[in-house]
Structure formats: C-alpha cells, structure tokens
Design a protein around this ligand. Structure first.
Ligand code: BGC
Length: 363
C-alpha cells in the first residue's frame, strides 16, 4: 500500500516536472534555441508591442494588423507603451513569457530595444520592426513606408510653392528613427537651396514625442524671432502640423505660409480642405499592416519572406525590408486619393466647408 502510494507520488512529480519544462520560460535572459510551440489551441501567437495610439493612424494599424493575423489563423497579443521605454521593454519581456512565436514592435525609442531583441532571439522568436526601425539589433524584418523619400516629397512640395524665402523645419520625436530619416530627406532637397542662398532655414528644431503643443511653442518662438517673416514650415506629421497651424493662425498667417504634414489624419485633411495646411503625405496603412501580419505568420512557419526585397542598415546589419510608396495629397487630389481609397470619408473631410465650396465627389 505504502509502496503504491510512493509510486503514485513519483509519477505525479514526473508529470508536473514535464509540464513545467514544456511551459514558456520566464524572464528575458532564458536561453532556448527552439521557437516556442504554438498556443495550447494550436494557434500561432504574435506579440504586437506598440508605442502609442495617440495619432489616429495607430488605431488603424492595430485593427488591420490584428484582423489579418486572425484571418490567417493566428492570434495577436497587443500591448501599448504610451511613450514609455521602460513600459515597452517590460511589455515585450512579458510577451516573451507568453509563448509568442513572433514579436512585432513599433518602437518608442529605436535605440532602446537591443537587449529585448537579443532576448527574443535567444528564445528563437523572430522580431519585426513595424513602421519605425530598431537600431543595433538583430531584427528579421523592417516594414514601413519610404520615410526618407517622404521628407524629400514634403521639401520639394514646399520649394515648389516657395522657391525663395525663410523656412522653419519642425521635426518629430528625436528618439524615433523616422523623424531622423525625414529630416535627412528634407535636407537632401533644402540644403542645396540654402547653400545657394535661395532659401534660408531659420530654425530646425525637433518636437519631442511628436507633441503638437511643443510644435506650437517652437513655431511661436521662431515667428517672434523672425518678425513673422517665415514663408514655409516643413512639418513632419499632421499631429504637429496642428500645433504649427494654431501658432500661424494667431498671427494671421494661415493660408499664406506653406505647411506640410504626414499621415492624412482627418484633422489634417480638414485643415487642407479649409486652406490652413497645404499638404500631407498619405501612407496607405492596409498594405503595411497586412504585409506585416503576413510576414509575421511566415516567420512563425519558417517560410521565406519573398516580399522583403529592400535592405536597410540598422547599425548592426542590412535588414531585409518592405517599404511602401507614400503619396502627396493637397487640396487638388483629396478626392482621388484618400477618399477614393476609403481611407477617409468625403463627408467628414468637408464637414466644415460650405457645399458650394466643396470639390465634386467623383471618386
Ligand atoms: C510615424 C508617423 C506618426 C509619428 C507619430 C512616426 O514614426 O511614421 O506616421 O505620425 O510616428 O506617432
């Protein structure tokens, strides 16, 4: 009887031990050369670590990414760090303890995630940098739009309208590699003009955290320092353009000073329709989100990423990349671009514009 009891106890112990070893391992420093098994229900699990949902676009990214992974038979665990590096690192580490097969990250700070990426790789979990590059890390894929080109498009657009004059450049968050790439693109176009004395760049600050309030303050300061003598503000996204337009409005300069943007946010498009912002860059989100979801599922299944035909160096390696085409949008092509694509609706964009002043809705 006693012997039987002990045999049972030992069998039970062995069972518990097997279960423990099979469970996903805690902590960022675990070493595991095999990719984690699929979830208990047999589904592939994708971790999606987002920085923020502040700008309108990120909600769209989240919905479309999750939807496409589900359509492909996987499930998504999404976290949002709200601009905190520490939270994003914790959330990624936490996702890694939950048996994810692939980790997809929109980094808040492209320089702060090397260790988390290394931890993922030690667990055999591939990593995708989504929209923003992760620097100095062994990532498997970077997928975004052509960011440097977007900076060039903004600058070329402004230069076309203002071939001679004073320029203010309002960049995005300096911790976001996209903000740096955009500035590089803007300067590719503007620096030769400044060097030739055709334009003057009066200031080129960055708005921390892509903050509209900070963009407003920076613009107010530049206007004061230059006696309002600024003809173009090359702004890196629509959120910050909102702050810039407010500062210009207070000085009666809207409609006179050229203002660029990015994202085709509803508020940005409404300002374009009203004539207070001049242009934006439309980045279709569906191909980005769907492409990332498809790539994540392929990585989980150890299939090749045929779509990754570009390469971008992140300081550690040439990362395979999928970079989508951006589109310039101004008041002349709102209907044939964002409305036609169903990205924003005609009624919402022109809600504040009298019917007689609206363009035909002939998309
Ligand atoms: C994105 C933009 C966005 C900005 C602020 C950038 O990295 O590419 O679309 O407006 O971050 O969130």
């Amino acid at each position: 009887m006693r012997n039987k009891f002990f045999t049972l106890l030992i069998a039970l112990f062995a069972l518990v031990l097997t279960a423990c070893v099979g469970a996903p391992q805690e902590g960022a420093s675990t070493t595991n050369t095999n990719a984690p098994a699929t979830a208990a229900n047999g589904k592939i699990k994708i971790g999606f670590s987002m920085d923020t949902l502040k700008e309108e676009r990120w909600q769209r990214d989240k919905e479309l990414f999750e939807q496409r992974v589900r359509e492909l038979g996987g499930e998504v665990l999404t976290t949002v760090a709200n601009g905190s590096d520490a939270d994003q690192i914790n959330q990624c580490e936490n996702l890694l303890t939950q048996g994810i097969n692939v980790l997809v990250i929109v980094p808040h700070n492209g320089n702060a995630l090397s260790n988390v990426v290394a931890a993922a790789k030690r667990q055999g979990v591939p990593v995708i940098a989504y929209d923003r590059l992760i620097r100095n890390a062994d990532i498997d894929l970077y997928t975004s739009h052509q960011v440097e080109k977007m900076g060039e498009m903004q600058a070329r657009y402004a230069l076309d309208k203002v071939p001679n004059g004073n320029y203010l450049l309002i960049g995005g968050s300096p911790t976001d590699n996209n903000a740096i790439l955009m500035r590089k693109g803007q300067m590719n176009v503007l620096k030769p003009e400044a060097d030739a004395g055709r334009i003057e760049i009066v200031a080129e600050p960055y708005a921390r955290e892509w903050s509209a309030d900070e963009a407003l303050n920076l613009t107010e300061n530049a206007l004061t320092q230059n006696n309002n003598d600024i003809q173009a503000v090359v702004v890196s996204n629509d959120g910050t353009a909102g702050g810039v337009v407010q500062a210009l409005q207070a000085q009666g300069l809207t409609g006179k000073t050229v203002v660029t943007g990015q994202d085709a946010d509803l508020a940005g498009l409404q300002r374009i329709a009203a004539g207070t912002q001049t242009m934006t860059i439309y980045k279709p989100i569906r191909p980005l989100a769907y492409g990332a979801a498809e790539a994540a599922m392929k990585l989980a299944r150890k299939e090749p990423l045929d779509a990754a035909t570009d390469r971008i160096n992140n300081g550690m390696k040439d990362v395979p990349a999928i970079l989508h085409e951006p589109v310039v949008v101004d008041r002349n092509n709102i209907v044939s671009t964002v409305v036609k694509d169903g990205f924003q609706t005609y009624d919402k964009i022109y809600a504040n514009i009298p019917a007689a002043n609206r363009p035909p809705n002939n998309q």
